[in-house]
Design a protein around this ligand. Structure first.
Ligand SMILES: Cc1cc2nc3c(=O)[nH]c(=O)nc-3n(C[C@H](O)[C@H](O)[C@H](O)COP(=O)(O)O)c2cc1C
Length: 178
Protein backbone atom coordinates (compact mmCIF):
# COMPACT_ATOMS: atom_id res chain seq x y z
CA UNK A 1 0.00 0.00 0.00
CA UNK A 2 1.12 3.51 -0.83
CA UNK A 3 1.21 5.95 2.03
CA UNK A 4 -1.84 8.21 2.01
CA UNK A 5 0.15 11.26 0.93
CA UNK A 6 1.25 9.42 -2.22
CA UNK A 7 -2.16 7.81 -2.76
CA UNK A 8 -3.95 11.15 -3.03
CA UNK A 9 -1.26 12.51 -5.32
CA UNK A 10 -1.31 9.59 -7.74
CA UNK A 11 -5.09 9.15 -7.90
CA UNK A 12 -6.14 10.54 -11.25
CA UNK A 13 -9.23 9.92 -13.37
CA UNK A 14 -8.82 7.04 -15.81
CA UNK A 15 -11.08 6.66 -18.81
CA UNK A 16 -9.35 3.85 -20.68
CA UNK A 17 -9.14 0.34 -19.33
CA UNK A 18 -7.61 -3.01 -20.21
CA UNK A 19 -9.81 -6.10 -20.61
CA UNK A 20 -8.65 -7.43 -17.24
CA UNK A 21 -11.59 -7.95 -14.94
CA UNK A 22 -12.03 -6.59 -11.46
CA UNK A 23 -11.98 -9.52 -9.02
CA UNK A 24 -14.72 -10.26 -6.51
CA UNK A 25 -12.27 -9.55 -3.69
CA UNK A 26 -11.35 -6.16 -5.15
CA UNK A 27 -15.01 -5.26 -5.65
CA UNK A 28 -15.85 -6.28 -2.12
CA UNK A 29 -13.07 -4.11 -0.71
CA UNK A 30 -14.20 -1.16 -2.82
CA UNK A 31 -17.82 -1.50 -1.66
CA UNK A 32 -16.65 -2.05 1.90
CA UNK A 33 -14.99 1.37 1.83
CA UNK A 34 -18.28 2.96 0.70
CA UNK A 35 -20.23 1.15 3.41
CA UNK A 36 -17.73 2.45 5.99
CA UNK A 37 -17.94 6.04 4.81
CA UNK A 38 -19.33 8.74 7.08
CA UNK A 39 -22.92 9.83 6.51
CA UNK A 40 -25.18 12.56 7.82
CA UNK A 41 -26.96 11.45 11.00
CA UNK A 42 -25.26 8.11 10.43
CA UNK A 43 -28.13 7.27 8.11
CA UNK A 44 -26.07 5.05 5.80
CA UNK A 45 -28.95 5.36 3.39
CA UNK A 46 -26.98 5.30 0.14
CA UNK A 47 -27.52 2.52 -2.38
CA UNK A 48 -25.00 1.10 -4.80
CA UNK A 49 -25.63 -0.95 -7.90
CA UNK A 50 -22.86 -2.84 -9.65
CA UNK A 51 -22.62 -4.11 -13.19
CA UNK A 52 -19.90 -5.79 -15.20
CA UNK A 53 -22.19 -6.72 -18.08
CA UNK A 54 -20.73 -5.24 -21.29
CA UNK A 55 -24.18 -4.56 -22.76
CA UNK A 56 -25.34 -2.75 -19.65
CA UNK A 57 -22.09 -0.75 -19.55
CA UNK A 58 -22.58 0.21 -23.20
CA UNK A 59 -26.09 1.45 -22.40
CA UNK A 60 -24.88 3.36 -19.33
CA UNK A 61 -22.37 5.06 -21.63
CA UNK A 62 -25.37 6.64 -23.41
CA UNK A 63 -27.25 7.61 -20.24
CA UNK A 64 -26.18 11.21 -20.70
CA UNK A 65 -25.34 13.26 -23.74
CA UNK A 66 -21.60 13.71 -23.16
CA UNK A 67 -18.80 12.76 -20.83
CA UNK A 68 -19.76 9.17 -20.12
CA UNK A 69 -19.11 7.34 -23.37
CA UNK A 70 -15.96 5.72 -22.02
CA UNK A 71 -18.14 3.58 -19.72
CA UNK A 72 -18.55 1.36 -22.77
CA UNK A 73 -14.94 0.22 -22.41
CA UNK A 74 -14.94 -0.10 -18.63
CA UNK A 75 -14.97 -3.58 -17.07
CA UNK A 76 -17.17 -2.53 -14.17
CA UNK A 77 -19.32 0.34 -12.97
CA UNK A 78 -20.84 1.23 -9.63
CA UNK A 79 -23.97 3.37 -9.61
CA UNK A 80 -24.16 5.62 -6.54
CA UNK A 81 -27.67 6.53 -5.40
CA UNK A 82 -29.58 8.21 -2.62
CA UNK A 83 -33.15 9.10 -1.74
CA UNK A 84 -33.64 12.88 -1.72
CA UNK A 85 -37.08 12.53 -0.10
CA UNK A 86 -35.67 10.99 3.08
CA UNK A 87 -32.08 12.23 3.18
CA UNK A 88 -31.30 15.93 2.75
CA UNK A 89 -27.60 15.05 2.58
CA UNK A 90 -27.92 12.35 -0.08
CA UNK A 91 -25.54 14.18 -2.41
CA UNK A 92 -22.88 14.66 0.25
CA UNK A 93 -23.24 11.10 1.53
CA UNK A 94 -22.99 9.70 -2.00
CA UNK A 95 -20.03 11.88 -2.95
CA UNK A 96 -18.08 10.85 0.15
CA UNK A 97 -18.81 7.17 -0.50
CA UNK A 98 -17.69 7.64 -4.10
CA UNK A 99 -14.34 9.17 -3.25
CA UNK A 100 -13.77 6.49 -0.62
CA UNK A 101 -14.29 3.88 -3.35
CA UNK A 102 -12.00 5.75 -5.73
CA UNK A 103 -9.24 5.88 -3.14
CA UNK A 104 -9.67 2.22 -2.18
CA UNK A 105 -9.53 1.28 -5.87
CA UNK A 106 -6.39 3.37 -6.30
CA UNK A 107 -4.85 1.53 -3.38
CA UNK A 108 -5.63 -1.75 -5.13
CA UNK A 109 -3.88 -0.52 -8.26
CA UNK A 110 -7.15 0.08 -10.10
CA UNK A 111 -8.22 3.16 -12.03
CA UNK A 112 -11.54 4.95 -11.62
CA UNK A 113 -13.49 7.88 -12.96
CA UNK A 114 -16.58 9.65 -11.66
CA UNK A 115 -19.29 10.07 -14.29
CA UNK A 116 -21.73 12.76 -13.22
CA UNK A 117 -25.38 11.72 -13.68
CA UNK A 118 -27.36 13.97 -11.33
CA UNK A 119 -28.96 16.78 -13.35
CA UNK A 120 -27.65 15.36 -16.61
CA UNK A 121 -29.77 14.48 -19.63
CA UNK A 122 -29.65 12.34 -22.73
CA UNK A 123 -29.60 14.00 -26.16
CA UNK A 124 -33.41 13.73 -26.38
CA UNK A 125 -33.88 15.39 -22.98
CA UNK A 126 -34.54 12.21 -20.99
CA UNK A 127 -33.00 12.61 -17.53
CA UNK A 128 -29.93 10.38 -17.05
CA UNK A 129 -31.54 9.18 -13.82
CA UNK A 130 -34.59 7.88 -15.69
CA UNK A 131 -32.42 6.26 -18.36
CA UNK A 132 -30.30 4.45 -15.77
CA UNK A 133 -33.40 3.24 -13.92
CA UNK A 134 -34.75 1.71 -17.09
CA UNK A 135 -31.36 0.17 -17.97
CA UNK A 136 -30.74 -1.36 -14.54
CA UNK A 137 -34.13 -1.69 -12.86
CA UNK A 138 -33.26 0.25 -9.73
CA UNK A 139 -35.50 1.09 -6.73
CA UNK A 140 -37.83 3.89 -7.81
CA UNK A 141 -37.14 6.26 -4.93
CA UNK A 142 -33.39 6.16 -5.46
CA UNK A 143 -31.88 9.06 -7.40
CA UNK A 144 -28.65 8.44 -9.30
CA UNK A 145 -25.82 10.73 -8.27
CA UNK A 146 -22.97 9.32 -10.33
CA UNK A 147 -21.54 6.23 -11.89
CA UNK A 148 -18.01 5.24 -10.96
CA UNK A 149 -16.08 3.40 -13.66
CA UNK A 150 -13.56 0.91 -12.29
CA UNK A 151 -10.87 -1.15 -13.99
CA UNK A 152 -7.22 -1.63 -14.77
CA UNK A 153 -6.10 1.65 -16.25
CA UNK A 154 -4.83 1.63 -19.81
CA UNK A 155 -4.06 5.35 -19.91
CA UNK A 156 -0.97 6.83 -18.27
CA UNK A 157 -1.73 9.72 -15.95
CA UNK A 158 0.88 11.80 -14.21
CA UNK A 159 0.57 12.34 -10.47
CA UNK A 160 -0.75 15.72 -9.34
CA UNK A 161 1.83 18.45 -9.76
CA UNK A 162 2.71 19.69 -6.29
CA UNK A 163 3.82 23.04 -7.74
CA UNK A 164 0.37 23.71 -9.25
CA UNK A 165 -1.77 23.24 -6.17
CA UNK A 166 -4.11 26.19 -5.64
CA UNK A 167 -2.84 27.29 -2.28
CA UNK A 168 -4.26 30.73 -3.07
CA UNK A 169 -7.73 29.19 -2.61
CA UNK A 170 -7.00 28.65 1.07
CA UNK A 171 -7.86 31.54 3.38
CA UNK A 172 -5.45 30.92 6.20
CA UNK A 173 -6.57 32.67 9.39
CA UNK A 174 -4.54 30.40 11.59
CA UNK A 175 -1.15 31.13 13.14
CA UNK A 176 0.32 28.32 11.09
CA UNK A 177 2.51 29.18 8.13
CA UNK A 178 1.63 26.82 5.30
C1 LIG B 1 -18.51 15.91 -9.39
C2 LIG B 1 -17.65 15.36 -10.50
C3 LIG B 1 -18.20 15.11 -11.74
C4 LIG B 1 -17.42 14.55 -12.75
N1 LIG B 1 -18.02 14.20 -13.92
C5 LIG B 1 -17.28 13.60 -14.88
C6 LIG B 1 -17.90 13.13 -16.07
O1 LIG B 1 -19.12 13.18 -16.23
N2 LIG B 1 -17.11 12.58 -17.00
C7 LIG B 1 -15.75 12.45 -16.85
O2 LIG B 1 -15.09 11.94 -17.76
N3 LIG B 1 -15.14 12.87 -15.72
C8 LIG B 1 -15.86 13.42 -14.73
N4 LIG B 1 -15.28 13.80 -13.56
C9 LIG B 1 -13.83 13.64 -13.39
C10 LIG B 1 -13.13 15.00 -13.50
O3 LIG B 1 -13.13 15.41 -14.85
C11 LIG B 1 -11.72 14.89 -12.95
O4 LIG B 1 -11.76 14.53 -11.58
C12 LIG B 1 -10.97 16.21 -13.09
O5 LIG B 1 -10.73 16.48 -14.45
C13 LIG B 1 -9.63 16.18 -12.37
O6 LIG B 1 -8.80 15.16 -12.88
P1 LIG B 1 -8.22 14.00 -11.95
O7 LIG B 1 -9.38 13.27 -11.35
O8 LIG B 1 -7.42 13.15 -12.90
O9 LIG B 1 -7.35 14.63 -10.90
C14 LIG B 1 -16.03 14.32 -12.54
C15 LIG B 1 -15.48 14.59 -11.28
C16 LIG B 1 -16.28 15.08 -10.28
C17 LIG B 1 -15.67 15.30 -8.91
Amino acid sequence: MKDFKTLVQTRRSHRKFTDERVTAEELRLILRSALMSPTSKSQRAWRFAVTDDPQTLARLAEAKDAGGQFLKGAPLAIVVMGDPSTNDCWIEDGAIAAIMMQLQAEDLGLGTCWVQMRDRKQKDGTPANKAIHSIMGLPEEQEVLAVIAVGHAADERKPQDEARLKWENVINKSDLTL
